[in-house]
Design a protein. Structure first.
Length: 146
């Protein structure tokens, strides 16, 4: 499940991108991840964010860098977009990082993947409507299906 730290860090990262921040995809050798360029308007807020929020953002950037590398590998196969881990995809665990998640891919990995593929983050972070029944069942909205 998304913790307050993960929610805060994902929200801050989304705002950075919305405010025209950007990612320098060349991995910083000493850090093993791409660098985030924060717009001047958000810099004070970003710098004042708690350490664990900034750590989580670094982790998302690490994942985004890894996914981007996978996406750019030559070949016909579409990669799983999984972080290096010796585990087969399991229901209830994120397919990318293996952390517990009610969704196919946890929100941190969904955001990292959206950044890597330069998609709108919210497209991948929406709740999967097929999982609505796993909740209280009354939250279903929109198309009731056939
Ligand atoms: Zn994940």
């Amino acid at each position: 499940m998304a913790t307050p730290v993960s929610r805060l860090s994902e929200a801050l990262l989304i705002r950075v991108m919305e405010e025209h921040g950007f990612i320098e995809w060349e991995k910083v050798h000493t850090l093993g991840r791409p660098a985030l360029r924060v717009p001047r308007t958000l810099l004070p807020e970003f710098q004042a964010a708690p350490h664990d929020v900034k750590d989580r953002i670094r982790e998302i950037l690490y994942r985004a860098g890894h996914f981007r590398q996978l996406a750019n590998q030559p070949g016909a196969e579409i990669p799983w977009m999984a972080l290096p881990m010796p585990r087969w995809p399991t229901w209830g665990l994120c397919v990318s990082c293996g952390e517990p998640s009610p969704r196919w891919r946890c929100s941190a990995c969904a955001l990292a993947l959206a950044l890597a593929l330069e998609l709108e983050p919210m497209d991948l972070m929406e709740e999967d409507p097929r999982l609505a029944d796993a909740g209280d069942g009354s939250a279903a909205h929109g198309d009731a299906g056939g």
